[in-house]
Design a protein around this ligand. Sequence first.
Ligand SMILES: Nc1nc2c(c(=O)[nH]1)N[C@H]1C(S)=C(S)[C@@H](COP(=O)(O)O)O[C@H]1N2
Ligand SMILES: [Mo]
Length: 393
Amino acid sequence: MPGLIAPSDYSREPPRHPCLQVNSKEPFNAEPPRRALVSSYVTSVDLFYKRNHGPIPIVDDIERYRVSVTGLVANARELSMADIRKLRKYNVTATLQCAGNRRTAMSKTKKVRGVGWDVSAIGNAIWGGAKLCDVLELLGIPKLTTSTPLGGKHVEFVSIDKCKEEKGGPYKASIPLIQATNPEADVLLAYEMNGEPLNRDHGYPLRVIVPGVIGARSVKWLDAINIIAEECQGFFMQKDYKMFPPTVDWDNINWSSRRPQMDFPIQCAICSFNDIDAVKQRKVTISGYAASGGGRGIERVDISIDGGKTWIEAQRYQKSGLTYVADGANSDKWAWVFFEAEAEIPGTAEIVAKAVDIAGNVQPQTAEEIWNLRGILNTSWHRVQVRLGHSNL
Ligand SMILES: Nc1nc2c(c(=O)[nH]1)N[C@H]1C(S)=C(S)[C@@H](COP(=O)(O)O)O[C@H]1N2
Ligand SMILES: [Mo]
């Protein structure tokens, strides 16, 4: 596609914030420190985790940039940024979470393959752009369409970055057409993040945002949108980002036996402490984030200071001064919820957090029971060991 180019090496990467903890340099994968993550409900672009599979693409001429929309539709089109900006603009506050969030902790049970992440491969931003359903309507696909007359049932997003896993080909993923054409699903073609044009790391000039779904489906640096009959056959849909049971290992894996992961499950993490930490006073404030997929709100966050024997309920909030109500008119449906609780700890304490969503889904107790070879979706109870004493660890 003219206007957008994909370098084949890492000599032209964008500048990045020095606070980021870098988990892999090439491709660049990094997350902010825990405490910084929960310092703001809307994550700053600089600190937002960066998850890449190749060198960052470059826009050489935004005027020439087009995204092609083709496939099983009567009238294919090429859309410029001006065409997309002409459509009604929506600002959707949505949390993006990598399926690999908390992978490092899962590896402690038994080694998993993949980039290691602490608890910060997640962030919450205000994404500005056009709704995908409005873009598809330009092509004559009505709202809430399951299948086009030509048999299109999925919408594939294709990028231009060069990914090793795709043997140098681009990153791609798809979602069902019914979700793409549902205005309530809020799937965006986003050109802004927190009121600014997207930066290179996050998909400039145009990316997909699929709220409530693992980050892997929110394709950055969009080159083409294809209406297709079957779900995308790319590596990241078929040979990655699938959840297997603990019995499956690299010698007996059958990738086609599982569906690609879409919604993320209920998750929460404590961000006010490291996994092993020290405090100067008995009285502590325990805070962090909770999020669930599919737009499910957070019903409850439970905190224990005795390893899970007894529990107290944490307070939840999205905006200060406004009580968070799951499914409430003032709540951001697709966004994380912060929690906070105060407690007095004895000399040493295992502090635990677990969240419950509005469907009553709860987090599993241990990583063992959900261990999977790719180390995705570690949503086990988050435990930190805290002792009274000096904090120079
Ligand atoms: N083109 C492209 N899109 C991509 C990726 C990628 O490597 N290339 N990574 C995906 C994954 S796995 C995640 S978690 C999110 C991360 O988005 P972010 O870097 O803006 O946080 O982008 C997704 N979209
Ligand atoms: Mo991811």
